[in-house]
Design a protein around this ligand. Structure first.
Ligand SMILES: Cc1cc2nc3c(=O)[nH]c(=O)nc-3n(C[C@H](O)[C@H](O)[C@H](O)COP(=O)(O)O)c2cc1C
Length: 392
């Protein structure tokens, strides 16, 4: 049976690694039977595993944040600082984790957020992620920057699929891409609105991160490679692909043809949240992009209460950034979120054990969440409100 490390270094990951002259093992066939060591019991254990096994540049690309990674630390520290306030002797013999979002019922409020380039860490890439998500009954948001086309991800998916895109300079391409996603059954589109330019990613640069030539931005086939490029040239901040000229008018444009719910991802300012509601968004994601763009913006959990106050229940609010424990989900819901997204943890699961690893990450988090609900004396999502937290 192939070892986990053989598995990791097979297929595209092998090619990716060898492109950078990394020392790698022989290519083997991927197998969903890859064993996860039995001492891997939390999401941070998956990170440790990936750190040990994944190609260095891939690990650095995934785990890194912008500049000095201060926001990256804050995302975790702020969650850690919040203290829970349980009730006793509440019947928790049955738990109801269901949530309704955009007219769709989710079995639990944990969603796989959009992340780029899954084939960096696993030869089956987004297809393995989609299967893992399906096996865990989780909704996956597949990224515009996937290494597999949205059509192929949809075909592999056994569960609910949502799509994420940027509004590209090429509006015609953006239009067609969203229609392709709708055509293959994606039930919502996340528009990432926090990236007029990319962030200062020193860790990527130090690790010489590049998308290896044998991996492609599969959804952008047809655009020239330069056209699909996300890196600015030297002494420039603008990229050939991202449109730094976006305004709220572009959201109006989207609404003119998109049939599925539109969710704006990357909201931090309460006034922008209000604007999003007025612009007709079906939801927002309070996100600092996993601390990968603008260093020293606050932790998302710290801005969530003000955003929630402004939105006042008019549309659902999702939040991401540093969610690693079931108790983090309780805190996010208590402070006004309807659901959470995770990014890095499932990529580490994918790196460690393909679809099995992705499903395991979701299952660990869900089990922790249910345990926390029970120990908090809160049997339903509706019962998780501010009263579950000690005042600051
Ligand atoms: C490797 C990586 C790639 C990402 N790619 C995208 C992307 O293509 N589109 C997007 O909207 N967000 C992207 N994100 C941000 C995630 O959607 C999400 O906001 C973030 O990862 C959440 O924080 P967490 O990783 O701490 O859970 C990416 C994040 C990571 C770590």
């Amino acid at each position: 049976m192939p070892t986990r490390r053989d598995f990791l270094f097979s297929g595209s990951a092998l090619a990716a690694a060898s492109a950078l002259s990394l020392k790698v093992k022989a290519q083997t066939t991927p197998s969903p039977q890859v064993q996860i060591p039995d001492d891997v019991v939390s999401l941070s254990d998956f990170e440790a595993l990936a750190r040990k096994d994944a190609p260095h540049m891939a690990f650095e690309y995934i785990s890194g944040g912008a500049a000095d990674e201060i926001t990256l630390r804050w995302n975790r520290e702020s969650l850690d600082r919040i203290r829970l306030k349980p009730r006793i002797l509440n019947d928790v013999s049955k738990l109801d984790t269901r949530v309704s979002l955009f007219g769709q019922e989710l079995a639990f409020p944990i969603i796989l957020g959009p992340t780029a380039y899954h084939k960096l860490v696993h030869p089956e890439g987004e297809k393995a992620t989609a299967r893992g998500a399906g096996n865990a009954n989780a909704t996956m948001v597949t990224s515009m920057l996937s290494t597999t086309t949205v059509e192929d991800v949809a075909q592999a998916a056994t569960g609910r699929l949502w799509f994420q895109t940027y509004i590209l300079k090429d509006r015609g391409y953006t239009h067609d891409l969203i229609q392709r996603a709708e055509g293959v059954g994606c039930k919502a589109v996340f528009i990432t609105v926090d990236s007029p330019v990319v962030g200062t990613r020193n860790r990527d640069a130090r690790a010489h991160f590049v998308l290896p030539p044998e991996l492609e931005r599969a959804n952008l086939k047809g655009m020239s490679r330069t056209g699909g490029n996300l890196r600015p040239g030297e002494n420039d901040i603008y990229t050939p692909i991202l449109d730094a000229g976006l305004t709220w008018k572009d959201i109006e444009w989207l609404r003119s043809f998109v049939k599925i719910p539109i969710i704006l991802k990357g909201v931090l300012n309460p006034d922008d949240a209000d604007h999003a509601v007025k612009a007709g968004a079906s939801g927002i994601v309070v996100s600092n992009h996993g601390a990968r763009l603008l260093d020293t913006v606050p932790a998302t959990i710290d801005v969530l209460p003000e955003v929630a106050e402004k939105v006042a229940g008019r549309i659902p609010i999702l939040v991401d950034g540093g969610i690693r424990r079931g108790t983090d989900i309780i805190k996010a819901l208590a402070l006004g979120a309807n659901a959470v997204l995770i990014g890095r943890p499932y990529l580490f699961g994918l790196a460690a054990a393909g679809e099995v690893g992705v499903a395991k990450v979701v299952n660990i988090l869900l089990t922790e969440f249910k345990m926390a609900m029970a120990l908090m004396g809160r049997p339903s999502i509706a019962s998780i409100d501010r009263s579950v937290l000690w005042p600051k």
